[in-house]
Design a protein around this ligand. Structure first.
Ligand code: ADP
Ligand code: MG
Ligand code: ZN
Length: 619
């Protein structure tokens, strides 16, 4: 419920209205009605002290006993002048009677009508303001069906243009066409060219899909209406469709402009599929979207941009020509891209001289732009907390661990037993990593809990990775299982601490077998869903026909690989038993050890004093 609020003005007007209605009555209340002859008598006697004409009434104040009393009588306007001349004039001239001619009969008409005009105006005004109030209430109700599109003001300083977008050179070239079209649509109209109506941006989370769309709008200097796919959907059927309609109505009024639908997979999922049968509301919304996209003219100056990281689940109707007929794929940035992104996000921050962005870029393969921005931001926060005046290289290193593994949970109380368990577990991961060929160097091993993990072994890839080989994937599985193996070997018991390791190992093995065709048993066949984004939703909707037999073989093959990897980890750690002991011991004592110390322990030329000042050294 909404409270109706009256403005102070309307209070005043109400009071004025009441006064106007009741004012004549005040006279009636305090006065006695008398005959005109009695009034004449009073005048003759010289009892009248004051007299006043008010419309067709005469109000007189007359002496009576010790005090005065007010009387009223009716005198028709045409007789008022003669009454005054005959009975009041002398007294007034002698100063005995105080006379006020509030109403002289000749403009009596005006005086009488004016209050009514005023009252009518007042009434209209009040009705009007009352209406306005109810109007705004019903407007609120219909706002529910309105789109919630956010408009980014291109004049504000949050405006971004292509120069704020690092890397992505090819993508920018492709999108520049759109920018040019938005800037001068007539140029293209003259050529009869059909500019794409919709551009779909595809890429993993955090790669800058939303960001580059805003940059397109900023570059072209047109309004940018942004809405997330899920914002169309509400509990009530039909709301989504009406929001789509509204969004396009707004866009048409403000063209040229960009309409941006973020996470379009929320509404654009294939119709008639998905869990739990059809989803009426979503399908209606999608249908409306398709209708609207067909509904506006090709050169009306509206470009629809949409972003998704699941293009494989989008309805085909969205992707046909005339709708989202252009797809721009955005991948993770390479080393140069990362350096540029770091430059963009550090250029308004005080960076210490010892920071080398190129180095940071080299050591952050697999970081998305969002991760990099987060890294810079975390470093800035850490520096501020420490009271530094600049962001130092060391702080960037600390921040990178925080970004990768979550914040340290120093307050968590761990028992000695748990500490021992985590120490062996992490030492297991680290030692196996080091002893396998082609793995990334271990930079840090810690048993301080971070995020959801009990401990953390930090390895940094040397180079960008574009392809995963079978050997690499197997190595990864061996490393993942090594934590569990160490627990088993050293404590004769196993814990739940390895559950995340097991999950990741299983995922890798499943992909090797059923997607990448890396086993001779199954052969080079892809059994994952089209577009194969892991196995999301796959187990439920088998669109490909996989025989029971094949499923069985896949399971068997996966188990065989995992068993072999487990065995391999066991072999390595059994052989390195002494190293494992020493490493776990050192971890329990120091909680965190860094690369040099780790390698010294591993190589057996270890002297604890050498590493008192050891620190992380990655960037
Ligand atoms: P997505 O929509 O793909 O999930 P965003 O567009 O939200 O990712 O990007 C996340 C953040 O990463 C942005 O806020 C921006 O600061 C940063 N970013 C992304 N791409 C770039 C880029 N090319 N250059 C600079 N910063 C970028
Ligand atoms: Mg986004
Ligand atoms: Zn582990």
């Amino acid at each position: 419920m909404r409270k109706v609020r009256f403005s102070p003005l309307s209070y005043f007007l109400v009071v004025a209205l009441i006064l106007m209605i009741f004012w004549p009555m005040v006279d009636n209340l305090i006065s006695d009605n008398i005959d005109i002859s009695k009034a004449i008598g009073m005048a003759r006697n010289g009892d009248i002290k004051s007299a006043r004409f008010d419309g067709d009434r005469l109000l007189i104040e007359a002496e009576e006993g010790n005090g005065t009393k007010v009387y009223r009588t009716v005198i028709p306007p045409e007789l008022q002048n003669s009454f005054y001349d005959n009975y009041l004039k002398d007294g007034v001239e002698q100063g005995k009677i105080e006379f006020t001619a509030r109403s002289i009969s000749k403009d009596g008409f005006f005086k009488e009508v004016l209050p009514y005009i005023f009252m009518t105006l007042l009434f209209i005004f009040m009705m009007n303001s009352l209406f306005r109030q109810t109007n705004s209430q019903s407007k609120e109700a219909s706002d529910f069906a309105k789109s919630k599109a956010k408009l980014f003001n291109q004049n504000s300083n949050s405006k971004i243009t292509f120069k704020d977008v690092a890397g992505l050179e090819e993508e920018k070239v492709e999108l520049y066409e759109i920018v040019d079209f938005l800037k001068n649509p007539s140029k293209y109209a003259k050529m009869g060219a059909r500019i794409p109506k919709g551009v779909l941006l595809v890429g993993p989370p955090g790669t800058g899909k939303t960001y580059i769309s805003r940059a397109v709008a900023g570059e072209a200097g047109v309004p940018f209406y942004s809405m997330s796919g899920s914002e169309f959907l509400e509990m009530f059927v039909g709301v989504g469709a009406s929001r789509v309609r509204d969004l396009f109505a707004v866009a048409k009024k403000n063209s040229p402009c960009i309409v941006f639908i973020d996470e379009i997979d929320a509404v654009g999922r294939k119709r008639g599929s998905g869990l739990g049968g059809g989803h009426d509301e979503r399908e209606q919304t999608l249908n409306q979207l398709l209708v609207e996209m067909d509904g506006f003219d090709k050169n009306q100056g509206i470009i629809i941009m949409a972003a998704t990281n699941r293009p494989d689940i989008l309805d085909d109707a969205l992707l046909r020509p005339g709708r989202f007929d252009r797809t721009v794929t955005i991948g993770l940035p390479d080393i140069r891209g990362r350096e540029e992104i770091l430059e963009i996000h550090t250029n308004n921050k005080p960076i210490a001289k010892d920071v080398n962005l190129k180095n940071i870029a080299r050591r952050t393969p697999g970081f998305s732009p969002a991760d990099l921005e987060n890294l810079v931001n975390e470093a800035a926060i850490l520096s501020a907390r420490k009271g530094d005046i600049e962001i130092k290289n060391k702080t960037f290193e600390e921040a990178s661990i925080k970004v990768l593994a979550g914040p340290e949970k120093k307050s968590t109380v761990i028992t000695e037993d748990e500490k021992k368990l985590v120490s062996y577990h992490e030492a297991g991961h680290a030692i196996v990593t080091k002893s396998l060929e082609g793995t990334d160097p271990v930079q840090m091993v810690t048993i301080v809990p971070r995020g959801s993990a009990g401990g953390f072994t930090y390895t940094v890839p040397e180079n960008d990775i574009y392809y995963h080989t079978k050997t690499k994937m197997l190595n990864e599985v061996v490393v993942l299982l090594a934590g569990r193996v160490a627990e088993e070997l050293k404590l004769n018991d196993i814990s739940t601490g390895a559950s995340n390791d097991i999950e990741r190992a299983t995922k890798i093995v499943r992909l090797m077998v059923s997607k990448y065709g890396m086993t001779s048993e199954i052969g080079t066949l892809d059994f994952t869903e089209e577009g194969g984004n892991l196995f999301i939703g796959n187990a439920i909707t088998h669109s490909k026909n996989i025989s029971e037999n094949t499923l069985n073989s896949i399971d068997k093959e996966m188990k065989k690989i995992v068993d072999e990897c487990y065995q391999k980890a066991k072999e390595i750690l059994t052989e390195k038993d002494e190293t494992l002991e020493k490493m776990a011991e050192r971890l329990m004592e120091k909680e965190t050890i860094y690369k040099k110390e780790f390698e010294a322990i591993y190589n057996g030329n270890y002297n604890p004093e050498d590493f008192a000042e050891d620190k992380l050294n990655i960037f």
